[in-house]
Write a protein that binds this ligand. Structure first.
Ligand SMILES: NC(=O)C1=CN([C@@H]2O[C@H](COP(=O)(O)OP(=O)(O)OC[C@H]3O[C@@H](n4cnc5c(N)ncnc54)[C@H](OP(=O)(O)O)[C@@H]3O)[C@@H](O)[C@H]2O)C=CC1
Ligand SMILES: O=C1O[C@H](COP(=O)(O)O)[C@@H](O)[C@H](O)[C@H]1O
Length: 503
């Protein structure tokens, strides 16, 4: 598995064999501009794009190569820190691009991709679909019919894969009719985040945690993925989805899998994915009595973000004022197996919360017999805090004696802290897309989601969505800038616990 990468420290083994012909559908869309060009540029700047790698941007606007390169350059200026925009690196990066104008939904014009490929390339082709899932089937079919693909071509697809189990099956069937599973790369960008990958190292390289990672030693697990942003002009998409589909079905469940899975036999993609699927299959199904007690849906109303007033969800541009779509969800769930029996997993995620914060807290059990100050009893347990963003790092909360002659045996809680930025000061923590793009170019699938993972995740979410639909209850309101509906706090306090607040 790849380790931390530092600027300027590219090793030749990172690039050997990674030369590809990279075709980007949706080359003028939001994802390409905000995420994919910056990520590809950073790889190039760090010497991780093979000299022979070529890039083809495909979109439906009339542009020539230079006009298109101008758009890519503008995207870099907007989305890459100016200190990281090196003139020579930008020039080299832009020179890799060719542009192709195409309406993706019709077969006409796809020969241009075949011709571009056939200009002497021996490299595998990576087709990145930065477009809505409704186009995945058409594009795959037209690529195949035009003779643009060969037995090494790979396809990268974005989330969401469908809207539920049935529609995800249709999308996967359409892609699978052209590409075998071994050449389909389903992105969940959380799997590209440095700390998320570090979960695998933390759990399976440290005997200390390996022996403690079960219901004998862990009392509960808490996962918070809080977003400060609202729906950012994406009302049309978001209102059809809601926070459960947008964030839980993919990102949060992937985090649950990495926390809860059994050790894989090795680091092969399928060894890891087999273990993740077992977790998804063991997720506790929702029953009617759990709905009112263990699940909270919320929707933000007007409030503040960074001290400024912001509108509520129903006042956002394009909003339908009747919408019951949730922008927040909190739930208590669990993994019904030997390792996790009786260990609640508390999940919460929402938009327009006070800050951007993603963290996992592993709460260890208390000692069986307590001998210190009775008033400090609640303190006396270890917590492992795994911070994904904003500052990536891992802290283990331990108890020590409070120093000072007057303190007796009073306990003090303090972190053993590994902050990646200060521990590896020369490192630039790469964006998730950099890692993921590099792995696609290497042909490694361990950071990508297999079809059965997607489908088991949908199956579990569908049962909750169906129950919500039957009830048709309005979500609970919460002001923008708060930590969600009060009921989400009550949900965890009913178990004598609270959300971790040492932000
Ligand atoms: N943006 C993001 O941050 C994220 C996006 N995603 C996923 O990535 C994918 C792309 O999203 P995003 O970039 O936001 O979407 P955009 O709508 O911004 O980009 C899609 C692009 O595809 C083009 N397009 C659509 N239909 C055709 C067609 N028939 N022929 C040619 N071009 C066409 C659009 O052109 P036109 O503008 O002319 O319609 C647009 O430029 C989606 O699946 C999304 O769910 C996932 C996570 C985050
Ligand atoms: O996939 C998505 O993720 C983002 C949050 O990603 P992050 O890396 O900024 O945590 C979310 O805002 C968006 O709605 C969702 O589609």
């Amino acid at each position: 598995m790849s380790q931390f990468k530092r600027t300027g420290e590219a090793r030749s083994s990172d690039v050997i064999g990674t030369a590809v012909d990279f075709v980007l559908f949706g080359a003028l869309g939001d994802l390409s501009q905000r995420k994919l060009y910056p990520a590809l540029y950073q790889l190039d700047r760090e010497g991780l794009l093979d000299d022979d790698t070529r890039l083809l941007g495909v979109a439906r606007y009339e542009l020539d190569d230079d006009g298109f390169r101008g758009k890519v350059e503008a995207a870099l200026k907007q989305h890459v820190k100016s200190a990281e925009l090196d003139r020579a690196a930008v020039k080299r990066f832009l020179a890799r691009f060719t542009y192709c104008r195409l309406d993706f939904s019709t077969p006409e014009g796809y020969q241009a991709i075949r011709d571009w490929r056939q200009a002497g390339s021996v490299r595998p082709m990576v087709v990145y679909l930065a477009v809505g899932a409704n186009l995945y089937g058409d594009i795959c079919r037209h690529l195949e019919a035009s003779g643009s693909l060969d037995e090494r071509s790979r396809v990268v697809v974005e989330k969401p894969i469908g809207h539920d189990l049935v529609s995800s099956g249709e999308v996967n069937d359409a892609i699978g009719a052209v590409f075998p599973e071994s050449r389909i790369y389903r992105i969940d960008h959380y799997l590209g985040k440095e700390t998320v990958q570090n979960l695998i190292a933390l759990r399976f390289a440290n005997p200390l945690f390996g022996t403690q990672w079960n219901q004998n030693h862990i009392s509960h697990v808490e996962i918070t993925v809080a977003e400060k942003v609202g729906i950012e002009g994406r009302w049309g998409y978001f209102d059809q989805a809601g926070q459960l589909r947008d964030m839980v079905q993919n990102h949060l469940l992937q985090l649950v899998c990495l926390i809860a899975m059994d050790p894989p036999a090795n680091l092969d993609a399928d060894a890891i994915r087999d273990e993740k699927v077992k977790v998804l299959k063991a997720l506790k199904p929702f029953t009617d009595d759990m709905l009112g007690r263990d699940v909270v849906r919320g929707q933000y109303i007007a409030g503040t973000a960074d001290g400024a007033s912001v509108p509520g969800y129903l006042e956002e541009e394009g909003a339908n004022t009747e919408s019951h779509t949730e922008t927040f969800v909190a739930m208590k769930t669990g993994v019904a197996n030997w390792r996790w029996a009786g260990v609640p997993f508390y999940l919460r995620t929402g938009k327009r919360l006070p800050e951007k914060l993603s963290q996992i807290i592993i709460h260890f059990r208390q000692q069986p017999h307590y001998i210190f100050d009775p008033d400090q009893r609640a303190l006396a347990a270890n917590k492992l805090v795994i911070r994904l963003q904003p500052e990536e790092g891992i802290a283990l909360e331990v108890l020590t004696k409070d120093s000072g002659l007057d303190k007796g045996m009073r306990l003090r809680r303090g972190p053993l802290h590994l902050d990646f930025n200060s521990a590896f000061p020369k490192s630039r923590i790469p964006d998730a897309y950099e890692r993921l793009l590099l792995e696609v170019m290497k042909g490694q699938q361990y950071l990508f989601v297999r079809r059965d993972e997607v489908e088991h995740a949908w199956r579990w979410c569908d049962s909750l969505i169906d129950a919500w639909q039957d009830r048709d209850e309005a979500p609970r309101r919460y002001p923008a800038g708060s930590w969600g509906p009060v009921a989400s706090i009550a949900m965890i306090t009913q178990d004598g616990r609270s959300w971790y607040e040492d932000y």
